[in-house]
Write a protein that binds this ligand. Structure first.
Ligand code: FEO
Ligand code: CA
Ligand code: CA
Ligand code: CA
Length: 620
């Protein structure tokens, strides 16, 4: 064993012995009242728990089809280009126009939220789907596979409005799911949709731009990766890789330092700046500061103006998930998805009011944002990002709290947050109240940069970390943490699979996650193809003797990643985003034509719904 490997093993052993202690019962007993569960939570069960994940595992593999475990089936619910309104044209990729695309389902669906209809019900056969359209890939969208840079104006206009979100009403009739066309809830949100800033940075001079003379009103959202559904029935959408849309020299602008830290590049990576000054930083240097936020959207009120919550900070938000703490304050967790970036939580000032939806929609406007500092002894400190305290002074560029909101990464740098291996989905388990962090990978981490929570150099496979709030109090300044899973090939020494994990149960690059009502963890991956297997879904229990015993449930078609898994309240349907099928091939010669398999059509990013053929709950 090399020195590094033995250090690694020592840290791991320490974590594993803590785990044994924690699961001896005392910690489980503490996880009792969990008011934040938006799902009906099963009572915590302690050691004896029915084996809920008894389905037959799906073999590993990689081909041009979507595959689900035996006994399960899937329906394609909606595809890129499907008309959402009756006056929208049928999808024709040879004659796509911006006018049509703005009324059709967008590209590269990522996050999915299912919101039951009517509002307040737990219906599982009727509801709204809110779906993010994260980014586009012109070489898979347009005939001739044009590159993203240099795209002409007409194609650029299509490209722009293929971003944002879609809200659609769906219904299950005679065991078949359907999209309700022309529903009063149907909505496309694009980079042009009017929105407003909330929180400390709203009205800041730094947010004054050509499209916003008051720093309060703004237009649109894009780069929407993952997200979450709030207990009050709104959707949070994370603006992630928004730097890609911008180009132009910003080095002489007042925003130069902010842009540098955010990774803004002068060189074009998309065509938007070639056609519109809004995305040209040499002309409108403040515009990128309008991006990198969490956006709250109310799908039940189709005319409502989405809010960008500056109190949650500005970074490459993967997503955001909210939990109601025992004192009724809300706690929101969010990861900054880039190598060596940080994990954050926000604690609201005001309290959740079950019967006051309008007030709840302001909960994310005021509170305290914290960044995470992990220690190898298994503790985790949440460091408050508050102007005037510690190094967050005017001298360091933080004149007021709005500066902390806008330059969140820099503030967390100064506080000494732990640089992570790409924090993606961060979600609270509705049964045990612990927080699960998907860390996708970080192939740039060097040997001398490893630590307990990011223990591997050249980490290509990622890990899942479990955070434990003391006594279930999510507002606490100190948590403890456990390493749930070090992913990668099962025979790789640095992994820590359950001894009973099968040849099909190993996974790589955890990205999104979801919990069923029993608290089982469902893991979606982005990057398993680099390990020779299709991306997809694996699931495991998180307690008892089968803790972290992962099982393969679904495989995506070649080129696709799996995003946004989301359960209906009864756990009988699982919505999944199949993003970029056929990626890295071409419009004319795609590696798959899923889901249509029609020679005239390219592969299409689509939302599917998985159900058990006998109608029972998913995983049984
Ligand atoms: Fe868009 Fe973090 O994956
Ligand atoms: Ca993601
Ligand atoms: Ca999730
Ligand atoms: Ca991803």
């Amino acid at each position: 064993m090399t020195k590094q490997a033995s250090t690694f093993q020592a840290v791991l052993n320490k974590r594993l012995s803590r785990r044994n202690f924690l699961f001896s019962g005392s910690a489980l007993a503490a996880a009792s009242a969990l008011p934040g569960c938006s799902k009906p939570a099963s009572p915590p069960t302690g050691a004896a728990k029915p084996a809920s994940l008894s389905f037959t595992e799906l073999p590993q593999g990689l081909d041009n089809q979507l595959a689900v475990a035996p006994g399960y089936d899937y329906e394609v619910l909606i595809r890129w280009g499907d008309p959402l309104f009756s006056d929208a044209a049928e999808f024709n990729p040879q004659q796509q126009s911006a006018k049509q695309q703005a009324k059709q389902f967008g590209f590269n669906n990522d996050f999915i939220g299912f919101l039951p209809l009517p509002l307040g019900s737990q219906n599982s056969d009727h509801g709204l789907l809110a779906v993010n359209h994260e980014y586009t890939n012109p070489s898979m969208m347009f005939p001739g596979s044009p590159s993203a840079v240099g795209l002409d104006r007409e194609h650029t206009d299509v490209d722009i409005v293929a971003h944002g979100l879609s809200v659609v009403e769906i219904k299950q009739r005679s065991n078949q799911w359907q999209v309700v066309k022309d529903s009063r809830y149907t909505r496309r949100i694009t980079p042009y949709t009017p929105m407003k800033f909330s929180g400390a940075a709203a009205a800041s001079k730094r947010l004054h731009t050509a499209i916003s003379t008051d720093g309060v009103h703004t237009l649109g959202t894009y780069g929407n990766c993952a997200g979450g559904v709030t207990p009050w029935g709104t959707v949070l959408s994370g603006e992630e890789n928004t730097d890609y849309m911008f180009a132009g020299d910003y080095s002489n602008s007042e925003a130069a330092e902010s842009h540098q830290r955010f990774g803004m590049k002068a060189e074009a990576r998309k065509s938007w700046a070639q056609h519109y000054a809004r995305w040209d930083m040499s002309q409108q240097a403040n515009e990128p500061l309008h991006m990198g936020w969490i956006v709250e959207i109310d799908p039940y009120e189709p005319d409502s103006v989405p809010q960008k919550h500056t109190a949650l900070g500005r970074f490459k938000h993967e997503g955001c998930n909210v939990f109601i703490n025992s004192d009724q304050r809300v706690v929101a967790y969010s990861g900054d998805d880039q190598r060596f970036e940080y994990l954050y939580k926000f604690v609201s000032k005001q309290r959740y009011q079950p019967d006051n939806r309008q007030a709840n929609k302001q909960l994310l406007s005021e509170g305290t944002l914290y960044c995470a500092k992990f220690s190898d002894d298994g503790s985790l400190s949440w460091l408050p990002l508050v102007q005037g305290s510690g190094p967050l002074t005017a001298q360091n560029g933080f004149k007021q709290q709005s500066d902390v909101s806008i330059d969140t990464r820099k503030a967390a740098d100064l506080l000494g947050a732990t640089p992570m291996d790409r924090p993606e989905d961060v979600e609270v388990n509705p049964v045990n109240g612990r927080v699960y962090v998907m860390l996708t990978n970080n192939d740039e981490r060097l040997d001398n940069q490893t630590d307990g929570v990011n223990p591997r150099a050249n980490n290509t496979a990622g890990q899942i970390v479990e955070l434990i709030p003391p006594g279930g109090d999510h507002s606490a300044d100190t948590f403890s943490w456990e390493m749930l899973l070090l992913a990668g090939r099962r025979d790789e020494e640095s992994t820590n699979y359950h001894p009973q994990t099968s040849d099909n149960g190993w996974l790589a690059c955890p990205d999104n996650c979801a919990f069923d009502s029993q608290g089982n963890l469902w893991i979606a991956t982005d990057g398993a193809e680099n390990f020779g297997i299709a991306d997809g879904i694996w699931c495991c229990e998180v307690e008892g003797e089968n803790r972290a015993l992962t099982k393969r449930f679904l495989r995506t078609p070649v080129g696709a990643e799996l995003c946004g898994p989301y359960f209906t309240p009864d756990d009988k349907h699982l919505f999944c985003s199949i993003q970029h099928p056929g990626n890295s091939s071409s419009f004319e010669n795609p590696s798959t034509r899923w889901p249509d398999f029609d020679k005239k059509l390219p592969p299409r990013p689509s939302v599917v719904v998985v159900s058990k053929t006998d109608g029972d709950v998913i995983g049984s």
